[in-house]
Design a protein around this ligand. Sequence first.
Ligand SMILES: Cc1cc2nc3c(=O)[nH]c(=O)nc-3n(C[C@H](O)[C@H](O)[C@H](O)COP(=O)(O)O)c2cc1C
Length: 167
Amino acid sequence: MKIAIIIYSESGRTQQAAELIGKGIEQVEGCEYRIMNVDPQAGKPVDNDYIHQADAVIFGTPTYYANICWQLKKFIDETDASFAGKLGAVFATANALGGGSETAMLTLINQILVKGMLVYSGGTSLGKPNTHLGVTSIKEVPMEQQEEKMVIFGTRIAQKAKELFEK
Ligand SMILES: Cc1cc2nc3c(=O)[nH]c(=O)nc-3n(C[C@H](O)[C@H](O)[C@H](O)COP(=O)(O)O)c2cc1C
């Protein structure tokens, strides 16, 4: 089962978070992932065939002014890939606690709902760590304290995708 992780990352933090989420996806038998960066210069091109085959797509954005970054918004506005009926999940990175990653994730959730995705985070339904709207990676918090949540988030999304779509 394929899971696409679509991000924008300029200085690497969102990429790092995506890799941890990918680590969690790989822990679920039969699940694989590919990270795609909407910046063509990043060398991880968006692959519409892979997205077409994927049962779930996880979107990751750096927080820009408490919002989704414009690069990912532009991609979502312009892409001709179809996300309808796929499981959708989101994560964000930010510099500061209270820096607006939650509003960035909410904006992203609005957009993938409009694309017809089945939005899921696990939330508080699976016990600790709670994954609320999605997961966040915050620069001012040591990475070791955030890694476990990222990995578990990936696992939860992959498990839900299997539950919904495995034939
Ligand atoms: C234009 C711009 C606006 C930003 N706005 C915020 C913000 O509102 N809150 C915050 O905590 N961090 C903000 N940041 C910091 C980034 O969200 C943060 O460094 C992010 O983790 C960078 O991700 P990347 O390393 O994947 O590019 C901003 C950065 C830029 C470039």
